[in-house]
Design a protein around this ligand. Structure first.
Ligand SMILES: Nc1nc2c(ncn2[C@@H]2O[C@H](COP(=O)(O)OP(=O)(O)O)[C@@H](O)[C@H]2O)c(=O)[nH]1
Ligand SMILES: [Mg+2]
Ligand SMILES: [Zn+2]
Length: 291
């Protein structure tokens, strides 16, 4: 038997589609013994498998994962396109939380401002808020101008989408997908919503890389982050905090705080700082209620 390496691009009811380097797809199953210790095969897993008869195989090993997101489960996500638009009105709290989730999971966040055919206001705000901690990229799925996202996929990277409903995640994904034999390969505008169908995620090839049609973050929560750790995920605050009097400064009430000075001096976005304080207090409140 021949052992091959591949990427799990689809999973439906215990049947896995595994794609090899040369884009050949195999229909594989995984024996029970792989499933101990949280080792269910999930989409995004890099696996070894043994080819049985042509086009079929059995997974023998799951490579160590870079990360694993839940609901739906996806492994080894490299990049997250966090989509904002002028309509619906941007929810910057949600965006903050997605970015924090990304930093926690070692995923590169890219703030994508869609619908720039309508207005540039959100793009300016996004740049002010996030320019210091993430790339901010403008696109218009309507006009098909999404090519500046492709560079995040070179080298076989896997990207997922996050963001409020109706910002244009599905539209951007469809603009990125190649047209295959006249079919659009289009993802239903409804997919990703809570319909009766099971929420399967799959990886779609885009150039050298892949995009996932769902997100895998439970979007409104900061999971497992302590209030006093929140500041550590935000690179611009981390560098500014070199100038704080106390190494443990949370940048909320302490004297001689370089982060607060930066906000007053217009160096750090005040809106984002104010949300940071609220998010910090939220986590603190949550911790108090734990005991
Ligand atoms: N004007 C404009 N409308 C867009 C653009 N992208 C998406 N839309 C519209 O926004 C709505 C929501 O898009 P959809 O892709 O379903 O958003 P999702 O819920 O984030 O997946 C649809 O009516 C799209 O036609 C864009 O770049 N410009
Ligand atoms: Mg959608
Ligand atoms: Zn401080």
């Amino acid at each position: 038997m021949v052992t091959k390496q591949g990427l799990v691009v689809k999973s439906v009811g215990g049947v896995f589609t595994v794609m090899t380097e040369n884009s050949k797809k195999y229909v594989c199953f995984a024996p029970k013994k792989l499933r101990y210790n949280d080792l269910d095969v999930v989409v995004g897993d890099k696996v070894s498998f043994e080819e049985l008869s042509h086009g079929k195989g059995v997974v023998t090993e799951i490579n160590p994962r870079r990360n694993k997101l839940s609901r739906p489960e996806i492994a080894n996500v490299d990049v997250c396109f966090v989509v904002l638009a002028c309509e619906p009105q941007p929810d910057f709290y949600l965006c903050d939380k997605v970015l924090i989730n990304c930093f926690q999971e070692h995923i590169e966040p890219v703030v994508v401002v869609n619908k720039v055919d309508l207005s540039l206001e959100t793009a300016q705000k996004a740049q002010q808020n996030y320019g210091g901690i993430a790339d901010v990229v403008c696109v218009s799925a309507l006009e098909g101008s999404v090519d500046n996202l492709r560079r995040y996929l070179v080298g076989g990277k896997v990207a997922c989408f996050a963001g409020q409903s109706a910002v244009g995640k599905t539209s951007i994904l469809n603009s990125l997908l190649p047209e295959i034999h006249g079919e659009t390969g289009a993802i239903s505008q409804k997919s990703g919503r809570g319909t009766h169908t099971t929420r399967h995620s799959s990886l779609h090839r885009v150039g050298e890389g892949f995009v996932v049609d769902t997100c895998g973050f439970s979007l409104c929560e900061l999971h497992g982050i302590r209030s006093d750790e929140l500041r550590l995920y935000l690179d611009d605050m981390v560098s500014l905090s070199q100038g704080c009097k106390f190494a443990s400064c949370t940048h909320t009430v302490e004297p001689d705080c370089a982060v607060r000075s930066a906000v007053e001096g217009g160096v750090l976005c005040k809106e984002r700082y104010d949300r940071y304080v609220e998010e910090y207090n939220e986590l603190k409140e949550y911790e108090k209620n734990q005991y």
